[in-house]
Design a protein around this ligand. Structure first.
Ligand SMILES: [Zn+2]
Ligand SMILES: [Zn+2]
Length: 221
């Protein structure tokens, strides 16, 4: 059955953090200097780079594959996924009926920075019997380049703060694989209630999650 965003939504984005306006597109190019010995190895890398990616939208129904450029168009046009510019973000997730997690409840937004794109997932699910939330980022590209980035996610509210720092996984790994490996910011629902920034409507849970992506400096000897 197709998972649906049943009752999870992003409220209007919180105003940008100041330094997100500094975001510049940095397109890195690599120069390969290969002797003949390395031509075969390089060909293998090229073939891998050309291997299409699966659509990173959650759920198993979508069978679309393609390169990153194609998938970006597809995500926007066919899944109505929002693109967010800049390396910093702050989102307020509203879960309208947090006591009922029987529907798969997920949200995907895209982040565009460093001339690259990242998938930001937020999801409510059951880990064994414990209701949980998880947030994590995946890189729209191959694993090798993914490892040159780092990111943080921070949930805060009511004087409390929890921070995750991680390395975005390539979208070669499925969203479900990353979620099930728990490679992200995990919050139990009990803890989430302490972070919820607005408890006036007692059926809603509002989580403010901010984050940042950066590129690690290349190591030079
Ligand atoms: Zn798709
Ligand atoms: Zn932003």
């Amino acid at each position: 059955m197709e998972p649906r965003i049943h009752d999870l939504q992003i409220e209007s984005p919180v105003p940008e953090l100041l330094d997100s306006s500094v975001c510049t597109n940095q397109v890195f190019s690599a120069t390969y200097q290969c002797s003949n010995d390395h031509i075969e190895e390089l060909n293998i890398e090229n073939n891998l780079a050309k291997k299409p990616y699966n659509c990173p939208y959650y759920g198993s129904k979508c069978n679309v594959t393609g390169d990153v450029h194609w998938l970006l168009l597809h995500l926007r046009n066919d899944h109505s996924v929002e693109m967010h510019d800049g390396r910093c973000f702050s989102h307020r997730y509203v879960h309208h009926n947090p006591k009922h997690l029987h529907h798969a409840t997920k949200m995907l937004t895209l982040l565009d920075c460093f001339g690259r794109q990242f998938c930001l997932y937020f999801e409510a699910f059951h880990l064994r019997k414990t209701p949980m939330y998880i947030a994590f980022m995946q890189f729209m590209g191959d694993e090798e380049e993914a490892m040159s980035f780092s990111y943080t996610l921070e949930v805060s509210g009511n004087g409390r703060k929890l921070t995750w720092q991680g390395v975005p996984r390539s979208i070669r790994d499925s969203h479900k694989m990353v979620r099930d490996s728990q490679d992200g910011l995990l919050i139990t629902r009990k803890l989430a209630l302490f972070f919820s920034t607005d408890n006036t409507a007692n059926n809603e849970l509002k989580l403010k999650i901010s984050g940042r992506v950066w590129r690690e400096q290349p190591i030079s000897n």
